[in-house]
Design a protein around this ligand. Structure first.
Ligand code: 6GU
Length: 240
């Protein structure tokens, strides 16, 4: 997979060189390229923003540098274009799984009050486009979202994870939050590991974990429970 990121803060994307995405890079699973939007400006001040038509607070990203950026990047081949914006569709594990199937993703990181809408509309005439939000809160720009989405997608690439089971058992892969986990010692500061986990009874452990996942999801994320198909015959009650 190839990932291009266009931003006015390329140094914000430095963590992609490290850890997770860095490992995938070394394995040759992903080719990540970060681009400075100002490289597609032509004025002395390398201007990327201007005042909004219709008035109002803040600045809007000008269309011309973005247009030239996409001309150059899309000339290198087709891509799915992700605009990171708080007014986008919520990013979920399902979106991550979809993006993980793509050959190439171009992230366009918005700043200020956003990018001139005509950029999104024009790019949509020549590429598959999605506007994606990390969640219902406001960040200063889409760079953190591009980082988060890249990390969620890259770890799903075939060959990234050693153990396939570890992917399936995670929070959100089955529509539930993950059950609580414990390690040694069995007793710590007066808190004991639930005895079933020491029982060696694998069926009982699996049943306990599923029940815990359902309870935790019901308490913290009732919105997920409503959507879950795994709720058959499970009663919701207090966790402890
Ligand atoms: Cl993608 N961008 C910005 N600026 N704020 C956000 C966001 C994105 N997702 C949630 N808040």
């Amino acid at each position: 997979m190839r990932i291009d990121v266009v931003t006015i803060f390329p140094e914000y994307l430095a963590p992609l060189e490290l850890s997770l995405a860095g490992r995938a890079r070394e394995k040759g699973l992903v080719d990540i390229r970060v681009h400075d939007l100002r490289g597609w400006t032509h004025d002395r001040h390398r201007t990327v923003d201007d005042t909004p038509y219709g008035g109002g607070a803040g600045m809007v990203m000008k269309p011309e540098p973005w247009g030239e950026a996409f001309d150059e990047l899309l000339a290198e081949g087709p891509a799915t274009v992700v605009f990171t914006t708080p007014s986008g569709r919520p990013f979920t594990q399902a979106v991550a799984r979809d993006l993980a199937t793509r050959e190439r993703i171009v992230f366009a990181c918005g700043r200020y009050e956003g990018i001139d809408q005509r950029v999104v509309d024009e790019v949509a005439t020549r590429a598959e486009v999605c506007e994606v939000s990390l969640g219902d809160y406001v960040l200063n720009g889409g760079e953190v979202a591009a980082l988060a989405i890249t990390e969620a997608v890259v770890r799903l690439l075939p060959g990234f994870m050693g153990n396939a089971a570890s992917l399936v058992e995670e929070s959100h892969e089955d529509g539930l939050l993950e059950y609580p986990v414990f390690t040694k010692p069995a007793s710590w500061r007066g808190h004991d590991v639930p005895p079933v986990l020491l029982s060696g009874d694998h069926a009982a452990i699996a049943a306990w974990r599923h029940d815990q996942a359902v309870r935790r999801t019901a308490q913290r994320r009732p919105d997920l429970v409503a959507a879950s198909t795994l709720m058959d015959d499970v009663e919701i009650g207090p966790a402890e």
